[in-house]
Structure formats: C-alpha cells, structure tokens
Design a protein around this ligand. Sequence first.
Ligand code: TRP
Length: 339
Amino acid sequence: MSQPASPAKPIILTGDRPTGPLHLGHFVGSLRNRVSYQDDYQQFIMLADSQALTDNMDDTNKVHRNVVEVALDYMACGIDPAKSTILIQSQIPELAELTFYYLNMVTVARLERNPTVKQEIVLRGFERDIPAGFLTYPASQAADISAFKATIVPVGEDQIPMIEQTNEIVRKFNRLANKEILVECKAVVPEVGRLPGIDGKAKMSKSLGNVINLGASADEIKAAVKMVYTDPLHLKVSDPGHLEGNVAFIYLDAFDTDKASLQEMKDHYVRGGLGDSVVKKRLEAVLQDMLAPIRARREELAKDKGYIMQVLKEGTLRAREVAARTTDEVKAALGLTYF
Ligand code: TRP
C-alpha cells in the first residue's frame, strides 16, 4: 500500500520516573539529546508518575513532589513547551485502559523473563513479593509508547527489553486486529554511554548517592568535585597517571569543549608531573560554567509554579487527545464499541 507523502514529523516518546531531581547522568544520557530533537521531531516527554508508583507505593508524596522538580529540570535545560509536549502519565486514563487490554497479550512467564524486570526485582530485593503492577510494567510501558504511535524511543541500554516487549505486543495486536493500527518503534541508545558516579561506580544514580544534580549549588558542585574518583596509583605529582576509569577525565571528556588543551592536559598527566588538584580545578570550572545558567533558569522558573502547572496541564491535554484516538481504534478492533 503506498503512503501519501506526509509532512508530519516522526514521533518520539521519552519518559522518566519522577522519583528525584535529575542529575548529570540524565543530562548526558537523555536530556541534552531531547533538547536537540525538538525541532525535527514531534516529541512527547512523559513524567511517568504512575509507573514510579509500581515500586514507591510507600512514598506517593515523593513521586508527587518530583513531578514538578523534574519538569523544572527539563525546562531549565532547554526543553521548550512550545516545541515538546510534556505530559503527566497518571492524568491520561487511556494509558491505564490500554494497559488493561495489553495484559491479555503477554504471559506471566514472558514478563518474568524480561531482563530489565528480572534485574530490577533483584535490585529492589523483592524476591517473591513482587507487586503485580511492577511485574507488569512492561505492558504499561507498551501502552505509553503505542498510545502516541511513537516510532522512536530514546532509552538507556537497560530499557531495550521494554522496547522489544512493546513491539511484540504491537505485532500481536495488529495480527489480532488484522489491521495495522499500532506502530512498531525503534529504541535509540545514545552514543555517549552512561556517566559514572563521582565515586567511580559504573553508574551515576541517586540511590548510590554519587550524583551531581542539575540544580546543584556552587558549593555542592565544589564539594562533589573534591570527591571525584581519579587514579588510586597516582600518589605523587611526579607519578605517571592513568586515564582509564579516571572519573575526572571522563567528566572532562563529556563536558569540556576545549578538546585540544584537554588533550595536552591528558598527555601531561600520563607522563607524570601533573597533580590531581590541577585536573580537578579545571573540572570544577567546566561544571560551574555549565551548570550556573541551568541553575539560574531553574530558580527563575521555580518562582512561578502556576506557569509550570499550566505547561503540564496543556501538555497533558494535548497528549490525551492523541492517546484517546488510539484507544478508540484499539477498542473498536476488540469489539468494545457499543453506542
Ligand atoms: N521505564 C522508564 C524509566 O525507568 C520510564 C518510562 C515510562 C518510559 N514509560 C516510558 C521510557 C515510555 C520510555 C518510554 O525511566
């Protein structure tokens, strides 16, 4: 079947569980890409508060509070509500409705085999006491993605199994409906891999306490840089230093735009004769310069909560219209229209 040429931009869906303010790891892994997607794609950014509840039922307040915090982070980093649609998952009941139907198109065994779910169950220490909503969140994520007919889903490596399972559901549904109603999507994993924590652990993560938040104060940045893991073998200034696993240099690689002089510094460090304090001074300057305008915008935006809520409300309403159209199509295909 030939498709008419369409001027419509490809649809991107991204999302975060709002359980804490965003940090440099989010910035490198997703936020700065989202800012660059805004012009060429139709972008939906989901505050996945319902999904966050799947393992935070004991602290619903935290999730509620962080919806606004994360929205502030988005906008402080340059997400423009005139270009991107920011939406709150729980305010779109059609997403829950779709999830309910999709649950009949996955088996418990398949959910239990999902590598991300498996890993997270271990991480959270659920053992056999897994909330059913947690086990089945891949179906809810399939609803999020398919409701908007997103074709591109930028995610971290750990979320790839979610996209695979989404596409399985999409294919199964279309076969059942005998019609291409839902659309398959592609996971896009950022080239720059994940940022290590300041302590040298592989991942920057709030639960590991090794983060630098996007809204960090100048003093917090200074203190964090002091703790940044470098080279444990580099004891004296004259010792040759190592770059592998050296978080100070990994961060400089990620954020320092003066690549030529950074290379000189690396060469000097490896030769020996360059102290960590000099490297950290440069790192602190780079981070202070980068985060100061983000912090300033964040503080400015935070003064007008009404405006933020208006942005979230408008984005959610716009998104709901799209999700409702897809849900109507899905229900029609399932014989669930009567009047
Ligand atoms: N599971 C994602 C996370 O843990 C959040 C999320 C919810 C999401 N729905 C989504 C991501 C849809 C991409 C697409 O951060």
